[in-house]
Design a protein around this ligand. Sequence first.
Ligand code: UTP
Length: 293
Amino acid sequence: MNKPIRKAVLPVAGLGTRFLPATKAVPKEMLTIVDRPVLQHVVDEAREAGIEHFVFVTGRNKAVIEDHFDMSYELEDTLTRRGKRKEYEALMADLPAAGAMSFTRQQAPLGLGHAVWCAREIIGDEPFAVLLPDMITMAGRSNNRCLAQCLEAYDRHGGNIIAVEEVLPEETHQYGIVAVGADHGSSFEITGMVEKPKQGTAPSNLIISGRYILQPEIFGILERVEKGAGGEIQLTDGMVQLSKSQAFHGVRFDGRTYDCGSKLGFLTANIAFALDRPDLAPALRAEIEKLVG
Ligand code: UTP
């Protein structure tokens, strides 16, 4: 019987340099996709998958994230007095339960591996999920978003799970890439991983796309891992070491991921999520036709 996955780490301490100047004072995770911050979409995905506790690894200039997941008395009081019951209830429904969130600090953005390591005391000795909060996912045919699909694979295989997606072969040098072993279709054994391989050397065109289930032994490894690609402590390098003693499986995510840390991904996500909303889709479609037609 696999230990249940109750907690998720959401590293939000990066500087968002690809999105300046928007991210100078506003954390990139708080930019909005339609009317919800990117981070709220990711928390929604984790809650749908059954996550009970959220560990945010934050940094300087990120205090607004804590405020977003707190009560806002003046606002709630005003909504109630003005009879805006629906808006009030929607705000309340978005809040995780009291005590279901922890905030810890990564004082300097030393890399994703270091950010995950900062959550070690709060996670303790149990397997956990990691969700990169600038990647948002939309369900495909199965109606499950990416983390729920990772948890299904974890039920089948146990160990460590990584969601992957296909990119064009010429784009692989920008990402963490996995090598594929025994293939079961929607999931497969991972036989190798490499962060940002030199062009033409990638073992596949499957990228590590931002959702993970990891065993707690990763923390001891991340403590010792050396700086890798980009001078940062890379989660991929820690996972490569863990894979010498533990199984890793990949999940081919049925759905679509948008990298909201890039301008193009962010703009596409806004259009895709708005076209998925019955209250906005018809008018937006007409506007797009005017623009491009
Ligand atoms: P990214 O590399 O996409 O984020 O890391 P970044 O560094 O903010 O972005 P750019 O490249 O400068 O535009 C993926 C996730 O990991 C977090 C980021 O906040 C992001 O959500 N992260 C990254 C940390 O929390 N700490 C780090 O040291 C690095």
